[in-house]
Design a binder for this molecule. Structure first.
Ligand code: CP3
Length: 346
């Protein structure tokens, strides 16, 4: 019997390095979440923060979709906003409303009063969850660690919750450029060292989530965000640990977004995969880009949309199939299972 392949040989990591694979690797953002009955069962007993804070529970949730779906990678169960606890901003999750920050940043002076955060101690429970998950995962399945990008974190820190128009964030950015850049500099140092610590704890790949960066014009991205994302990605980079740089609504930003860094660029469904790849350039692998809402479409329609993305990738090495954003809670499990089957050649 041949020995089971080491994580280094996994098709997910191979595709991250833009090398050819037997079939296209696939995993899903939010693959551990409310669409999964076993996740909902655990959530009956534990709050979201409790699942994140307890490494054995975080590891258990991380494994659920791996066992259920046969995906090519696991993503650590955690949340991008966890660093707000040691930053003293206060973090709660309310059912149906998402995250609430109890002490949002509204004055420039607050930025200069933020306490230093050391991920090795202040977020030690996340690193313990990485170690517990790596021990529990079946050998070929690599674990993806992650963090929020400086802009997306700054937007939550300033708004205090999700937002449609980013009014408070942009006002702060334009009116208080010195404090803005200081906040972004601190967040970049924090998430860069946090990602590096996750890699040292055993994460085989890393993803930087800049979920809300698409609200910016290309010029504002270049001025207010690019150097900080670049710094975070530089700090995160370690030999042999590929980094995925993900954003949504980035069609017009893709050139600079890719130049900021990342071996793999994550794109959403608002731009066709082949067009996105063209803009990103040949030096990067690409991850995406099915609309999460397509999983609510009739099965034949969904299958056609999956096949269209595969056709646009055209068998070029370096495509990792994913959604353009996280799995929606309303998604039927059979739809997610169907996507894995079709991508793997069924
Ligand atoms: O499976 C995975 O993808 C790993 C776990 C994961 C969670 N959050 C758990 C979670 C990951 C990678 C995240 C990242 C995250 N968190 C992002 C970036 C990705 C994205 O979706 O844009 C953002 C912006 C957050 C902040 C956040 N956390 C929001 C806006 C919400 C509420 C949204 C909702 O669906 O209610 C959360 C809560 C959250 N984090 C859930 C999960 C599974 C919701 C489920 C629950 O309440 O049990």
């Amino acid at each position: 019997m041949s020995p089971s392949p080491a994580p280094d040989d996994s098709r997910f990591l191979t595709a991250c390095r833009s090398q050819p694979t037997d079939v296209t690797p696939v995993w899903f953002m939010r693959q551990a979440g409310r669409y999964l009955p076993e996740y909902r069962a655990l959530r009956q007993k534990h709050s979201l923060l409790e699942l994140c804070h307890r490494p054995e529970l975080a590891a258990q949730v991380t494994l659920q979709p791996v066992e259920r779906l046969g995906v090519d990678a696991a993503i650590l169960f955690a949340d991008i906003l966890l660093p707000f606890e040691p930053l003293g901003l206060g973090l709660t999750f309310t059912a149906g409303e998402g995250p609430q920050i109890t002490r949002p940043i509204r004055e420039a002076a607050q930025v200069f009063e933020l306490p230093p955060v050391d991920p090795a101690t202040d977020l030690a429970y996340v690193l313990d969850a990485v170690r517990a998950t790596v021990r529990a995962l079946p050998p070929p399945v690599p674990l993806i660690g992650f963090a929020g990008a400086p802009f997306t974190l700054a937007s939550y820190a300033i708004e205090g919750s999700g937002t449609r128009n980013f009014v408070l964030t942009k006002r702060f950015m334009y009116a208080e450029p010195v404090a803005w850049h200081e906040l972004m500099r601190r967040l970049a140092e924090l998430v860069g060292s946090y990602l590096a610590a996750q890699a040292r704890a055993g994460a085989a790949a890393l993803q930087l989530f800049d979920s809300w960066v698409g609200c910016l014009s290309p010029a504002d991205y270049a001025t207010y965000v690019f150097p900080h994302s670049q710094r975070a990605l530089q700090l995160a980079s370690a030999p042999g640990v590929p980094v995925i740089h993900f954003g949504t609504d980035t069609a017009t930003l893709l050139g600079d977004f890719a130049r900021a860094g990342g071996d793999v660029i994550g794109v959403d469904w608002r731009v066709p995969l082949d067009v996105a790849w063209e803009r990103i350039g040949p030096g990067h692998a690409i991850q995406g880009n099915l609309d999460p809402a397509a999983l609510l479409a009739p099965r034949a329609d969904l299958e056609q949309r999956v096949r269209d993305i595969l056709a646009r990738a055209a068998g070029r090495p370096g495509h990792i199939f994913n959604l353009g954003h996280g799995v929606l809670p309303e998604t039927p499990l059979e739809a997610v299972q169907g996507v894995v089957e079709w991508v793997h050649g069924g």
